[in-house]
Design a protein around this ligand. Structure first.
Ligand SMILES: Nc1ncnc2c1ncn2[C@@H]1O[C@H](COP(=O)(O)OP(=O)(O)O)[C@@H](O)[C@H]1O
Ligand SMILES: [Mg+2]
Length: 273
């Protein structure tokens, strides 16, 4: 079953927002799900707000924003990004490039269904980006993300049109201490050119700090390893990293740049009908 048909069949039987979101996990929900309408206090500098309706991402996440999506493997990161992109692509002629280092089937099914051009390899991707008939929607299957051609591709994207660049696995695009020049340019200066960077990572401790510190929108799925929790907690302004514990399956937290905004808790995304 495809990623999206799985989501559809999973969500089909459920009522629409703002009904409570059942969790398929046996993990207890976060304190904020306890049924009270008062925001639950966690051991955090900011409270986690009560459950938000399921569905779309907060409207303040723009295509040209710097978005960080973290969570354990299979926690729902790629699905979240694809669902958001689908919303954006529905209404705009947005230029979107997905950089894929894993070659996962659901991503390629998504690409086919939504008429993305698929380039196999960095060199093929570079040709597409530089072509006069550059496709609006492109997936590049990258085999050597730290290589020279990959860097050329990133620089070409930086010098290209406004749009959104998705790093599906940011950890493959940097080491703890090094990040390719093109990725650094996109992260630090892409916003000024209306080029967004949406980066997913399953191991925040293994990702260059650039991806973490330059992000202004953070989406957090279940994450279990203590060192990852410790690394990510300050970005969400959580004093106690254990506040992340117990996030139910496919549920996510969102924290923007406004220090006075509480961390918001969202139910799983679903594909719009
Ligand atoms: N919101 C969701 N509702 C239902 N199933 C989901 C949801 N998000 C993810 N999944 C399922 O979980 C699996 C892993 O999701 P994926 O997005 O690939 O995780 P990650 O990118 O974090 O490894 C997918 O195959 C999909 O079927
Ligand atoms: Mg993924």
């Amino acid at each position: 079953m495809s990623l999206f048909s799985a989501i559809r069949s999973r969500m089909g039987a459920e009522s629409s927002p703002p009904s409570p979101a059942p969790s398929s996990s046996s993990t207890p929900p976060p304190a904020s799900q306890a049924g009270s309408s008062t925001p639950a206090r966690t051991a955090s500098t900011t409270a986690i707000s009560p459950r938000a309706p399921r569905g779309r991402a907060p409207a303040e996440i723009p295509p040209h924003g710097r978005v960080l999506v973290v969570g354990a493997t299979r926690s729902g990161k790629t699905t979240w990004v694809l669902v958001q992109l689908l919303q954006l692509l529905r209404f705009t002629q947005l230029y979107v490039v997905i950089l894929d280092t894993k070659g996962e089937r659901p991503l390629h099914e998504f690409a086919r269904r939504h008429r993305f051009t698929v380039a196999m390899g960095e060199a093929a991707g570079l040709r597409e980006v530089r072509s006069s008939k550059r496709p609006h929607r492109l997936v590049v299957r990258c085999f050597d993300p730290l290589g020279d051609i990959a860097n050329e591709l990133l620089e070409a994207l930086y010098n290209g049109s406004p749009g959104t660049v998705v790093f599906d696995e940011a950890m493959h695009w940097s080491t703890k201490s090094q990040i390719p020049r093109g990725a650094r340019l996109l992260m630090t200066a892409g916003g000024g050119r209306h080029i967004g960077v949406w980066a997913c990572s399953q191991r925040p401790v293994e990702v260059s700090n650039f991806f973490l510190s330059e992000s202004s929108h953070r989406v957090l799925f279940k994450i279990e390893l203590e060192d990852d929790q410790k690394k990510i907690a300050p970005l969400l302004r959580l004093r106690d990293p254990r506040a992340i514990d117990g996030l139910a399956k496919y549920h996510w937290l969102y924290k923007g740049d406004d220090p006075y905004e509480p961390v918001r808790h969202f139910a799983p995304v679903q594909l719009a009908a």
